[in-house]
Design a protein around this ligand. Structure first.
Ligand SMILES: *[C@@H]1O[C@H](CO)[C@@H](O)[C@H](O)[C@H]1NC(C)=O
Ligand SMILES: *[C@@H]1O[C@H](CO)[C@@H](O)[C@H](O)[C@H]1NC(C)=O
Ligand SMILES: *[C@@H]1O[C@H](CO)[C@@H](O)[C@H](O)[C@H]1NC(C)=O
Ligand SMILES: *[C@@H]1O[C@H](CO)[C@@H](O)[C@H](O)[C@H]1NC(C)=O
Length: 538
């Protein structure tokens, strides 16, 4: 009996161990298929990355004094990120006396002796190895946890980035010699040639400053891309635009010429301040339209031209106290769902060893808290999980239906079990909708449509889809407020949510225009094309 149960447990262990040993392991070689990034079977791989800084003065990935590297890698994976954009400074790779310096020495030189103790405690094996070896150790720890890596040349001279006059902004600047840059790119690409989880290289972060010009952009970006390609043919080559990586307009006129195919990806940064709007001073509907239009005309258009767009930096304060960032996030989440682009959040880092002279500086954008002890804001993580899975597959599978995404919560509209009511639930199991030219919002494949029967009451699903109460038009500039008339009256309402029960209700439309004081985000619903399976299609 005892032996039997022991055998049983061994069998069980073998079974579970072998199951655990092969989680949905992505095949690391990626390439592009029109606007999508795909694996070698042609299946879409959506980059859902988080940035991890390793380019500041110490040249060590942040947080290694607070937690073991493997712990941080596991956190990243368990939060649902499948990839890290790992930043590196050029001089770490081109100046041998820097690259070969030990981690301890680097902190010692900066007078950050306390961090040496922290690293000895949490990452003893990394203390006396070279900066380059420590960098490689971070990459392999991520690989062991099935996390892909994009190596991002963030700056030349180690330090916080970026300003127009910091000498790192454009080819020919004080610290930005194009030839040295090529040498660094080639070394880095070679170094990771056999490291399977390194799937891409960002050639250079946020080009900027008074020297910016298109002629040099094309000349040096094309050359840099070739240098990486010949040193390591396996990686995606990721290319930043102008003006702090907010502008790729010129690609609409002049394509980038390279000798290889299916590996170029363009990157964009999109923060609250990127579009020049001040969110708290305007009407959120109008500003969201302006910001999204601007992003589309400067960079988003390339998706329609069949090129992938990787929004390699976005982010804001996660404490929910910054009106500007909160409003921007609502708008960003809507666009990210609708366009289904690849992205990298800034940042996993909870605090920096040293940023602009401040020791141990808190990072309010950080997914981890200041001490790297756990998530700074669990509800934000839940919200972002909606964007981690692809909404659409690659080109071969056309979107089959649409879901109603609620950017404020990161949830999707689904049917309640009974009562013909609607609620917000995880976007893993969304209801599929059609929004027809006669403005009804129907559950796909049924004759049920949304109805506004009463003010401030749950929206109902009904089969009578011909009267006013079943006619939903998108109003306001954002096109995300769905408005109807209450049946038999002239009272106009918008879809909204009841926060306590997550039920979809009708309420008076909020701040459709001009009004700057109120925030319409609870009434924002974005129709998103998707190929995700739905209850009906299962
Ligand atoms: C390499 O780095 C060291 C240490 O910071 C510095 O003294 C030296 O000037 C650098 N060498 C070059 C060629 O930049
Ligand atoms: C997390 O974010 C939400 C929404 O932005 C905010 O309401 C909440 O206060 C934040 N929680 C913490 C602990 O910062
Ligand atoms: C709605 O408004 C129209 C035109 O203003 C009016 O003719 C009609 O009687 C109103 N209907 C109701 C139910 O109030
Ligand atoms: C969604 O699909 C519809 C119908 O196929 C199409 O017209 C529309 O452009 C798509 N929207 C996006 C953002 O891809």
């Amino acid at each position: 009996m005892r032996r039997l149960s022991c055998l049983y447990f061994i069998a069980l262990w073998v079974l579970t161990a072998s199951r655990c040993a092969e989680p949905a392991r992505v095949s690391w070689r990626l390439h592009t298929d029109s606007r999508w990034i795909v694996d070698r079977h042609g299946h879409r791989v959506k980059l859902a990355c988080v940035n991890w800084a390793s380019h500041l003065e110490p040249m060590v990935a942040e947080g290694l004094n607070k937690q073991p590297v493997d712990w941080i890698s596991k956190q990243i994976a368990s939060m649902g990120f499948n990839c890290v954009r790992l930043t590196w400074p050029l001089f770490m790779v081109t100046n041998d006396s820097l690259g070969s310096m030990s981690v301890a020495q680097s902190f010692w030189n900066l007078g950050l002796v306390e961090y040496i103790r922290g690293i000895r405690r949490n990452n003893p094996k990394l203390l006396d190895v070279s900066l380059l070896a420590a960098f490689r150790a971070v990459v392999s720890s991520l690989g062991e946890n099935n996390v892909m890596v994009i190596l991002d040349n963030h700056i030349s001279k180690p330090g916080w980035c970026c300003s127009n006059l910091d000498g790192n902004g454009f080819f020919g600047d004080r610290y930005f010699d194009p030839n040295l840059w090529n040498i660094g790119l080639a070394r880095m690409a070679k170094m990771f040639r056999r490291t399977h989880n390194v799937v891409g290289m960002s050639l250079r972060n946020e080009l900027r400053g008074p020297r910016e010009n298109l002629r040099d952009w094309f000349r040096y970006m094309e050359r840099g891309a070739e240098v990486v390609h010949s040193a390591n043919p396996h990686v995606l080559i990721i290319v930043s635009g102008l003006y702090y990586d907010t502008d790729l307009w010129f690609l609409g006129r002049i394509p980038m010429k390279v000798s290889f195919t299916r590996k170029l990806v363009f990157e964009l940064h999109w923060y609250a301040s990127s579009s020049g709007v001040i969110w708290e001073d305007g009407n959120a509907n109008e500003l969201c339209k302006d910001a999204t239009d601007q992003v589309m005309s400067k960079a988003g258009f390339i998706l329609n031209q069949g090129m992938p767009l990787f929004v390699s930096e976005f982010g804001g304060e996660l404490g929910g106290q910054n009106v500007n960032d909160d409003r921007y996030f609502n708008c960003f989440f809507a666009a990210a769902a609708k366009l289904d682009f690849d992205w990298a959040l800034w940042t996993i880092v909870g605090s920096y060893y040293l940023r602009k002279g401040i020791v141990g500086m808190d990072e309010p954008f950080g997914v981890l808290d200041k001490d790297f002890s756990g998530p700074r804001n669990a509800s934000f993580l839940q919200r972002i999980s909606a964007l981690q899975a692809p909404f659409q597959g690659a080109t071969s599978s056309k979107p089959t239906h649409r879901i109603l995404f609620h950017p404020l919560t990161g949830l999707c509209v689904q049917r309640k079990q009974d009562q013909g009511q609607l609620q917000l639930g995880p976007c893993r199991e969304p209801e599929a909708w059609t929004h027809t030219h006669c403005h009804t919002v129907r559950v796909r494949g049924t004759d049920l449509c949304m109805r506004a029967d009463q003010l401030a009451k749950p929206v109902r699903l009904g089969a009578d889809c011909t009267d006013h109460g079943s006619e939903w038009k998108t109003v306001s500039e954002s096109k995300m407020q769905f408005s109807s008339n209450i049946v038999g009256s002239n009272v106009t309402v918008c879809l909204d949510i009841d926060f306590s029960t997550k039920t979809i209700i009708t309420s008076p439309c909020k701040c459709l225009r001009e009004d700057t004081s109120c925030d319409p985000a609870s009434q924002w619903f974005q129709l998103v094309n998707t190929t995700r399976s739905t209850p009906a299609s299962r």
